[in-house]
Design a protein. Structure first.
Length: 452
């Protein structure tokens, strides 16, 4: 046998062994271990938006809804817009314990102060419930637990869908109506919604925008089949179209659920495990929406003016259903962006996430004195006995649900430079965050017709 063949035969086993060792090492590098928490709790990112059949995503409607959202033309006294209590600078809340709508002067957020109606001169007080964020309201759930376009709105769930919700704040004196016109049917059969619609119909630019956003309704109007292209349906659908796009799905949790093992810190991972086990948070706040949107009695202390049935108190869902079994039940909010939306609970009684976690840790104490122990939901009635370290980890995980809209088009998150009414958007807050300007006095109010 030739020498080089003999050498080749001798080296072949060694080459095979080295090749196997190299292949083994490569396999380890390409297939690292997956973080077990993701599989253990079946974590997934947020799913797609559910759109109403009559309100699909259309840029023309979203654009129109954004203008309406920031336009004080919707306020009875022309000094308040939707964005007054749901401003992008405050994660589409207002950063206050209780909102101040009408007669709040020039400021927004925590510095805002209550005042008197510019029309009647009568004092206008606080709105009785904390302003919830508009972020992720597209996922509110209905009575069947279905997250979608027909979900409950408001703390007491008195309406369903963003489209219907958009028509309600303009009827409240303290929120948006003021004293410009009656809130309920007046002697002429008019409502505050009629008044707002008449104002919009008097503005040519708004009429053109509605015609562009609702071509079928425009055609029906031209054919005499509907009163106007600007009506309660198209108004509600416009604002609903804008609010429905305010979905945040780029939090650290979302990235982790989508496969990024390093998106969460070790503390957040410990908090995640507590969230789904010992702390029992996920029983009312299941992922990925982080709420079941059910009505739960927690017995949170009541501060502020409350609602109408009992002065100085708030019976929650019972205010709407008049069912005593719903006393002190409030809709469970989403925990997405909860870090950005303090203070917390229906009346803003807790100023920090640590306070909220300790409230549940102590078995919903301190308790509302009029809410009996047996009425408090059994899921939250008993103390959790979490250590200080566990509380810290749990709060750390809650902060991993934060995303102020990093993947959204910035246009959705900014104040328009101008609105078709010619009024100054949201009390004069400029698009670059500059100084406020005083709202207009009497002249613009007379400029826009309303029903009387």
């Amino acid at each position: 046998m030739k020498p080089f063949l003999r050498l080749l035969l001798l080296l072949t086993p060694l080459l095979v062994l080295l090749g196997c060792k190299e292949e083994h090492n490569t396999t380890i590098i390409q297939a690292p271990a997956t973080d077990p928490l993701r599989e253990q709790f079946a974590l997934v990112p947020l799913g797609p938006i559910d759109y109403p059949p009559d309100n699909p995503p259309m840029q023309e409607r979203i654009t129109l809804g954004r203008l309406l959202f920031f336009d004080p033309i919707l306020g009875g006294e022309l000094d308040v817009s939707c964005a007054t209590c749901h401003h992008p600078d405050f994660a589409f809340g207002d950063g206050r314990q209780l909102p101040i709508g009408v007669a709040g002067g020039r400021s927004l957020g925590p510095t805002r102060t209550s005042g008197s109606s510019r029309i009647s001169g009568a004092p206008v007080g606080f709105t009785p419930r904390n302003a919830p964020t508009c972020f992720n309201t597209a996922y509110n759930a209905d009575e069947h637990g279905v997250h979608g376009h027909n979900g409950f709105q408001f703390w007491d769930g008195r309406v369903k869908s963003l489209e219907v919700q958009a028509t309600k704040p303009i009827t409240s004196r303290v929120e948006m109506r003021g004293d410009a016109y009656p809130g309920d049917d007046d002697v002429a059969g008019a409502t505050s919604l009629d008044s707002v619609l008449n104002r919009l119909r008097a503005i040519d630019e708004y009429v053109a925008l509605f015609m562009n956003a609702f071509p079928q309704e425009h055609q029906e109007w031209q054919m005499g089949l509907r009163e106007h292209v600007v009506d309660s349906s198209t108004y509600g659908r416009s604002i609903g179209a804008y609010e429905r796009e305010l979905v945040t799905r780029n939090s650290a949790y979302d990235r982790y659920a989508d496969g990024d093992d390093h998106a969460l810190t070790n503390s957040q991972k410990r908090g995640l495990e507590l969230f789904f086990t010992t702390a029992k948070c996920s029983q009312c706040h299941p992922a990925p929406v982080f709420s079941n949107y059910e009505f739960t009695v927690q017995g949170a202390p009541q501060i502020g003016p409350g609602k109408a049935i009992i002065p100085g108190d708030d019976l929650g869902r019972c205010e709407f259903t008049l069912n005593p079994g719903d006393n002190y039940a409030f809709r469970t909010p989403t925990l997405r962006n909860v870090e950005l939306t303090a203070p917390y609970m229906h009346d803003g009684v807790f100023g920090s996430l640590e306070e909220v976690v300790q409230f549940y840790n102590h078995g919903c104490q301190p308790r509302h004195p009029q809410c009996p122990d047996e009425a408090v939901d059994s899921l939250v009635r008993d103390p959790l006995n979490l250590t200080d370290g566990q509380v810290e980890d749990l709060v750390s995980f809650l902060k991993a649900l934060t995303d102020p809209g990093t993947a959204l088009p910035q246009l959705l998150l900014t104040v328009p430079e101008r609105v078709p009414s010619g009024l100054t958007p949201v009390f004069g807050l400029s698009a670059d965050g500059g100084p406020f300007a005083e709202p207009p006095a009497v002249e613009p109010r007379d400029k826009y017709a309303h029903v009387h």
